[in-house]
Design a binder for this molecule. Sequence first.
Ligand code: UDP
Ligand code: MG
Length: 312
Amino acid sequence: MTTVSLIVPCYNESAALRPFMAELRRVLDTMADVKAEVIFVNDGSRDDTLSIIRELAQQEGVRYVSFSRNFGKEAAMLAGFSRASGDYAAVMDADLQDPPALLPELLKAVREEGYDCAGTRRVNRKGEPPIRSFFARCFYRLINMVSDTKLVDGARDYKLLCRPAVDALLSMPEVCRFSKGLYEWIGFRTKWIEFENVERIAGETKWSFRKLFSYSLEGIVAFTTAPLSLAAFLGLFFMVGAGVGIIFIIIRELVYHCSVGGWASLVCIILLLSGVQLFCLGIFGRYLSKTYLEVKRRPHFIVAEESPRSPE
Ligand code: UDP
Ligand code: MG
């Protein structure tokens, strides 16, 4: 019998958890030849998510891990993968935006069609604020332009991974994690299954614009060093420009004996160059800060409570 671990990161999901579990149970009941191990990860919720998870552990036999505070979805996913014992594992959002009904199709791809992994991809962003969709598209275009790791636009974290893929993910100890990139970086033959975007069943999104922006920067810093080369390129460009300018001024002085006028233009140039320098310093700083976070080797999360290790 195939065992599948389903990892559900939860942060303030008290309203969504019971409908989620009911839908998941309905789908699992149709899959007689599959043994599911459901692992809820409570990511420091402030509402009664944890008590609902404890109840589900009693009633449905699910497992859970509860963090000492909010560590973010990436840490919750990692905790889930580290606890997963199935032949396959998948992360599923608690708000039913990752439809459990796709599970049979995902499993068919890995069991019958010879794929190692099966990922899901939403084909539209219906119900999402247009400005968020616009920036998301720009992000995908930008990162695919500058990084060797190509990301699929609309790909969800809801992806069925085979055991070697899970082990590959666990072997990457980086603290600043960007799973969409890590999923692609590890490789493996993947079938993409497309679906229409579904709106969250209850509660609200935990991703503010600011959080998403910083997450996308995380992705760029983690998967390409192109911005560092950009700094060097800009420096070279302005150095050559300044060299040409200096030669021009010297020749003009020698030939026409006219001194350079216009301090305003000079100030503009100084400001422009200082801006470029600060911008480049900012890019270096971003990489340096990530390196600093990595070398500290702090744990990805701290577990406050956990269900017994042995599955039911
Ligand atoms: N989540 C989490 N920790 C966080 C933020 C979110 O575990 O700090 C979980 C959340 O409970 C949900 C999933 O990650 O199950 C996706 O979050 P959300 O639905 O808010 O994101 P969106 O679908 O709007 O991108
Ligand atoms: Mg969601």
